[in-house]
Design a protein around this ligand. Structure first.
Ligand code: HEC
Ligand code: HEC
Length: 252
């Protein structure tokens, strides 16, 4: 049994010791924050982006750093996930990218505002959150195996891989807003495709395909890639059903 004075020493000593540890850890965390958040990279543009984020209550639907509402996707890593060109296009008219699904507001931001938002989200993506957001443990394993049809996705030009696939598929991978482009070389000539990509609205007013600004060399690169699909018989073959790399039964 402890005597009363021993209990007091025990209580005071324990409280003192653990308060000291708590304070030391707090100070240590505070000291690391500027480095973890890369405070030196908080430019005016990032600050403007954050203001737009707050003024429009993006957090009413989205989470950032895990904070916010769960109606819409977590955005901490969205720039790494989608790329800036895709986000810019998406903010122009969110509904176009996801027709018939949940809706994000069409804000009508100026180019400058879109760049500010992307700068802010880029900064957020660079903050060291010590592992957040966690990757679902099976996600990499559950990726569809590369079928022969999608084997040459690696050869896709940058703009195609980051923007066009939001609406078009090749080899069964990509969006369904526009037609699959595996065999577009049978429907359109080189010149027709180059002209179409340069100004879809001009050629077909009201089409859902937006005008995507890029230098003419990029357009030619993309069209040559699409024409090249004719020489890759595997890609032109019917799309293979996508099969999970892992049989869920393996985990039972
Ligand atoms: C009314 C709810 C709502 C608000 C408010 C909202 N969003 Fe969204 N957002 C969505 C939904 C839903 C999606 C998923 C795509 C879709 O269905 O349109 C989305 C998707 C996104 C994406 C693409 C995410 C991805 O991984 O594909 C970005 C970027 C984005 N929102 C940015 C913003 C920004 C910036 C704001 C504030 C200016 C904002 N959102 C406000 C509902 C909202
Ligand atoms: C927001 C969705 C969207 C994006 C992004 C998009 N497209 Fe389209 N695209 C469409 C739609 C919808 C059509 C069908 C057009 C129509 O007939 O109105 C189309 C049609 C086409 C066609 C003609 C297809 C055919 O069968 O004749 C080509 C080629 C094409 N897109 C290439 C591209 C390229 C290259 C990009 C990227 C630079 C791109 N698209 C980005 C929606 C999109």
């Amino acid at each position: 049994m402890l005597s009363k004075s021993q209990a007091r020493v025990f209580f005071l000593g324990g409280t003192g010791l653990f308060s000291a540890i708590f304070l030391a850890l707090s100070v240590d965390s505070m000291r690391q924050i500027p480095k973890l958040t890369r405070q030196d990279q908080l430019t005016d543009q990032v600050v403007r982006g954050k203001r737009i984020w707050e003024d429009n209550n993006c957090m009413g639907c989205h989470t950032l750093f895990g904070e916010g509402a769960y109606y819409a996707p977590e955005l901490t890593q969205v720039v790494a996930r989608r790329g800036a060109p895709w986000i810019k296009l998406f903010l122009d008219d969110p509904k176009k990218m996801f027709p018939g699904q949940r809706k994000m507001v069409r804000y009508g931001f100026s180019d400058q505002q879109k760049d500010d938002i992307i700068a802010f989200l880029t900064w957020c993506g660079g903050v060291n959150l010590q592992g957040f957001p966690a990757k679902p443990p099976l996600r990499d394993l559950m990726r569809p195996t590369a079928t022969t049809a999608s084997a040459d996705l690696a050869g896709q030009p940058e703009i195609f891989r980051t923007i066009c696939v939001a609406c078009h598929s090749v080899g069964g991978v990509g969006g369904v807003v526009g037609p699959a482009l595996d065999e577009v070389y049978k429907r359109k000539t080189r010149e027709e495709m180059i002209a179409w990509i340069a100004d879809p609205q001009g050629l077909k007013p009201g089409t859902a395909m937006p005008k995507i600004e890029m230098p003419v060399e990029r357009r030619i690169e993309i069209v040559d890639y699409l024409l090249g699909l004719a020489r890759t018989p595997a890609t032109a073959a019917p799309v293979q059903p996508v099969r999970p790399a892992v049989d869920p039964k393996d985990f039972e």
